[in-house]
Design a protein around this ligand. Structure first.
Ligand SMILES: C[S@@+](CC[C@H](N)C(=O)[O-])C[C@H]1O[C@@H](n2cnc3c(N)ncnc32)[C@H](O)[C@@H]1O
Length: 281
């Protein structure tokens, strides 16, 4: 665990942003070598499973023939799913090792895929209105500020296009079922933008007995609910749907400290579906 917001000047922010990218780049190369769950290409997807990966709540409309950007979502899961559904897919990720997973999956299914190595905070390489859908699996918490990402996404989307992303639930970010102390899951982190959360990945992330400590924990940044919602609106992205996501089925009668019990008390993730306004607001 470490301190809260650390940037005070633009110079300090630039330095931190460089460190942010470097940390994640190095960490994700190691995660790929370790075969972490987020780095395993999906090579046996049925059409139904592809739809579940791409659009679990069926909110994005017909995907076939659409231009889709899978943002900071390398690894060969979402890119393969959208490709199998007939979309024209571009996947962007900081880690070339992760993108290799996307290329592996595309080759396996005989799909055409564009891969772009880069930082989610800089979408300058894409022209205005290039995509119908931007799909961002869990990754926005790896950067300290959402504004640059949301503005970039809004610019590269076509009017009416969808932005579907998942992020940490800021009210419980950094907490896991291991935090059970006999009476509850104590909240200790401040509820502020940019609070830095460092923790160790849980065992389910890795295969076998690999010690999570060996890989350096995720370093994540809190984004408050107000910042997320207002950031979308200020970028011209209109919220369509918001839901909580959990690891396992929430069950308040399950043993305290279990994933099911924790999920019933503290849903880990939020999933936003927003749409670019047809007319600029
Ligand atoms: C949890 S993985 C999510 C994608 C994976 N397909 C999945 O379903 O789990 C997070 C991804 O974010 C990428 N990432 C981290 N920071 C990034 C940044 N600043 N810009 C672009 N990608 C970044 C990592 O390389 C990693 O591939």
């Amino acid at each position: 665990m470490s301190s809260g917001p650390a940037w005070r000047s633009s110079a300090a922010r630039a330095q931190i942003m460089d460190e942010v990218a470097r940390y994640n780049s190095e960490r994700w190369e190691k995660m790929v070598r370790a075969g972490a769950v987020f780095t395993r290409p999906q090579l046996d997807l049925t059409p139904e499973e592809a739809l579940d990966w791409a659009d679990p709540k069926r909110q994005l409309g017909e995907v076939a023939g659409k231009d889709v950007l899978v943002l900071a979502g390398g690894g060969g899961q979402q890119s393969a799913a959208f490709g199998l559904l007939g979309a024209r897919v571009t996947v962007m990720d900081l880690s070339d090792a992760q993108l290799e997973g996307d290329r592996t999956a595309a080759a396996h299914y005989g799909l055409t895929l564009r891969t772009e190595q880069g930082d989610m905070r800089d979408l300058a390489r894409f022209a205005d209105g290039s995509f119908d859908i931007v799909a961002q699996p869990y990754s926005i918490n790896f950067v300290p500020e959402v504004k640059l990402v949301f503005q970039g996404v809004a610019r590269v989307l076509r009017p009416g296009g969808y932005y579907d992303f998942n992020c940490a639930n800021p009210f419980v970010a950094g907490l896991t079922d291991n935090a059970w102390d006999g009476t509850g899951y104590p909240l200790t982190r401040p509820y502020v933008d940019g609070d830095v959360i460092v923790y160790h990945d849980e065992p389910w992330v890795f295969r076998g007995d690999l010690p999570a400590e060996a890989f350096g924990g995720p370093k994540e940044y809190k984004h408050t609910l107000g910042t997320l919602v207002n950031g979308l609106l200020e970028a011209g992205l209109v919220l369509q749907h918001l839901r909580e996501e959990t690891l396992g089925e929430p069950d308040i009668t399950a043993p305290p400290g279990s994933s099911e019990h924790f999920s019933a008390v503290a849903p880990r993730w939020l999933r936003f579906c927003a749409r670019k306004a047809a007319v600029t607001l």
